[in-house]
Design a binder for this molecule. Sequence first.
Ligand code: SF4
Length: 178
Amino acid sequence: MLLESYQMNVAPPECLPSEISVTAAIEFEDDLTELLPYLNAEFGPCVYDKTLPFLRFRRDGKVIAIYSKQIGIAGLRDEGEAKEVFEWLRDTINSVAGRKATIKPSDRSIGDVKPLDIFKLLPRNNCGKCGFATCMAFAAALANGDTRTEKCAELFHETMREKRDQILRMLGKVDWQH
Ligand code: SF4
């Protein structure tokens, strides 16, 4: 199992003493370099730089950065939440490692995805059920990695299948089956 042994340091952000959230830095001996393109496909859209290498994405208000031998998590309530989020991450990383053969690795980065290209494929009825006032706002959030396609239920109607798959391909999630 990956990341079985690790060291976690939890501290308030040094540069923002008034900030109420805390950050966690987790270091480990396992090397995730080779797994990062697969994690990019799983967690995407992410900011991904394969030269560093480095992967960053947002999930439930947290900012998560994965390096070869380190993970950083920001926006945490406390140390207990840091452990919860890390355990979820560790489970997911191990799951991805076990499913590698079925995942197409992605070297796309969210900077490569244009909101307007996503918008053209959305239902465009501005119903607001995704939590955004307009489909354009939802498209921009998707391109930034601030929300997930699943938030637009209409996109998952059978009639939208082709457009949905195009969006998922743009986001580097070509192998996701919905
Ligand atoms: S739920 Fe879908 S159709 Fe409704 S506003 Fe959001 S993106 Fe547009």
